[in-house]
Design a protein. Structure first.
Length: 156
């Protein structure tokens, strides 16, 4: 699976909003600057996320965006599907035809199908909170005494 820029920008934007949770709304310009997202694309991406119920927009001079639910309730697959649509492979790897259009299943269909389902399961099982926790543990492990902090966080 390869994400388009839109999917990548959506993940970056949601991670920024999750890090800022509890600090009110985050202006789109701040999200774009922090995550190196082109300003012209961000409103489209945030619109997709808003329609999917992942973010809320607050209009006006002091407007911005915030998560519409806790980061532990938003999976990476939720974000990807909000911007990319259904991510399941629809085209046969060998023939280039839509899967299931021939009477005979191609030689690699089962393996690719199983691999795809494993990836989708992992993305659905990984929340934004999980990503931030993992990043914090890695960051703590890279600083002095970080391995102790990472161990105590893992025990919590």
């Amino acid at each position: 699976m390869e994400l388009t820029h839109r999917g990548s920008y959506a993940i970056r934007a949601v991670l920024t909003l999750a890090r800022e949770a509890g600090n009110g709304v985050v202006p789109a310009r701040q999200i774009a600057q922090q995550m190196d997202i082109p300003g012209r694309f961000l409103p489209q991406v945030l619109g997709d996320l808003n329609r999917a119920g992942i973010v809320e927009a607050q209009l006006g001079r002091a407007g911005g965006y915030r998560l519409s639910k806790r980061s532990s309730k938003i999976s990476l697959l939720d974000i990807i599907e909000a911007t990319e649509g259904d991510t399941r492979r629809q085209t046969c790897v060998l023939t280039g035809q839509p899967c299931g259009t021939t009477e005979v299943t191609c030689d690699v269909h089962e393996m690719f199908s199983e691999a795809q389902e494993a990836i989708l399961y992992r993305l659905d099982d990984t929340s934004v909170a999980d990503v931030l926790t993992s990043a914090a543990l890695r960051s703590a492990g890279n600083s002095d005494g970080g391995s102790i902090a990472a161990e105590s966080a893992a025990d919590a």
